[in-house]
Design a protein around this ligand. Structure first.
Ligand SMILES: CC(C)(COP(=O)(O)OP(=O)(O)OC[C@H]1O[C@@H](n2cnc3c(N)ncnc32)[C@H](O)[C@@H]1OP(=O)(O)O)[C@@H](O)C(=O)NCCC(=O)NCCS
Length: 303
């Protein structure tokens, strides 16, 4: 009987974990946790990223990698050879469940008591087990991807790769798109620092932050692309257009530019997953040639 053990990795293990996650990305497989997701999380720093990871191993072999993306959300990838593996699924299910029963948190606890959400798109056996235990469906998400074996047209807007000097403009646009509240000097300093942390962190070699400009040279849109290596799907996370500039085709143009950039990096496809309720995002990606795959739902325990 194999023994599957859960642990929280050290910072020094992050490059190896990223390399394993890269190998698990394929166009034939699900759009599951990507190295780019760890990269985007690493805005919080390498130590916080390691602390948020849960890794299931059998001796030296990594079998599953989970990212606690917030207290209640575990985003999980399993080794594509083990999607139906009963031993692994039961161990993960038990670790998720025992962390609910444990009165005091341990270092490897997964969830606090109460509401919990698991995103485990390729972990078929685990999802079956969780459903048997009463977990229900959460909100639908739409995975989308653009095949990069075909030519990608030139984008309509000027786009370049944002270096350290572009961090303030890049974060301003992101903040405006996602927050829409005033960007104070403190907010700016914090976000710019985090951007530098990410872009010098353990996954930064896979990332390119892109900035798109209108005809007058004003930065209006941003995106980050994450390569998982040649001939594997790359990830677009995030995409954002300044709130004052939305609805002018910049989102579409930026999604095309991101696909083109991933193609130059050797990716087989450009992938993204967005909440199905985000109609603007689904429309912008569709307009940029990304094809929707069937909707996927996370699993939820509690209300
Ligand atoms: C999603 C987002 C990037 C779209 O950018 P945008 O510049 O406003 O979109 P575009 O003007 O390029 O529109 C592209 C297409 O989507 C359609 N569209 C845009 N917003 C839409 C909406 N809210 N509802 C329906 N369709 C919409 C446009 O009509 C256009 O369609 P067409 O090409 O067939 O004419 C932008 O709204 C944004 O930054 N939102 C906040 C952040 C976010 O949700 N990012 C995506 C998830 S990571």
């Amino acid at each position: 009987m194999r023994t599957v053990v859960l642990n929280v990795p050290q910072v020094s293990e992050l490059p190896d974990i990223g390399a394993v996650l890269d190998r698990w990305q394929s166009d034939a497989g699900p759009l599951h946790l990507h190295t780019g997701d760890l990269g985007w999380y690493s805005l919080r720093g390498a130590e916080a990223t390691a602390q948020a990871l849960r890794v299931w191993r059998c001796q030296d072999r990594i079998l599953a990698i989970g990212l606690l993306d917030g207290e209640n959300l575990l985003r999980l990838s399993v080794d594509p050879d083990l999607t139906h593996d009963d031993v692994l699924a039961r161990q993960i299910e038990s670790d998720i469940d025992s962390s609910d029963r444990t009165a005091s948190r341990t270092d490897t606890s997964v969830f606090e008591k109460g509401t919990a959400i698991v995103e485990a798109r390729g972990a078929i056996r685990l999802c079956d087990l969780l459903k048997t235990r009463g977990w229900g469906n959460d909100e639908p998400w739409t995975p989308m991807s653009r095949d990069l074996s075909l030519p990608v047209e030139q984008s309509d807007i000027g786009v370049d790769v944002a270096g350290p000097d572009g961090a303030a403009a890049w974060t301003t646009i992101h903040w405006s798109a996602f927050r829409g509240v005033p960007y104070t000097a403190d907010d700016r300093q914090r976000f710019v620092d985090r951007w530098h942390t990410m872009m010098s962190g353990p996954f930064s070699s896979r990332a390119q932050c892109l900035m798109g400009y209108d005809n007058s040279g004003l930065p209006v849109a941003v995106a980050t692309v994450w390569s998982a290596g040649p001939n594997r799907p790359g990830l677009l996370e995030p995409l954002a257009v300044h709130r004052d500039q939305q609805g002018h085709g910049y989102g579409k143009a930026m999604a095309i530019a991101a696909a083109r950039r991933l193609q130059q990096l050797g990716s087989s496809s450009a992938s993204v997953c967005t909440e199905s309720s985000n109609r603007g995002a689904v429309a912008a990606y569709s307009s940029a040639g990304y094809l929707p795959r069937p909707q996927v739902k996370d699993l939820r325990r509690g209300s």
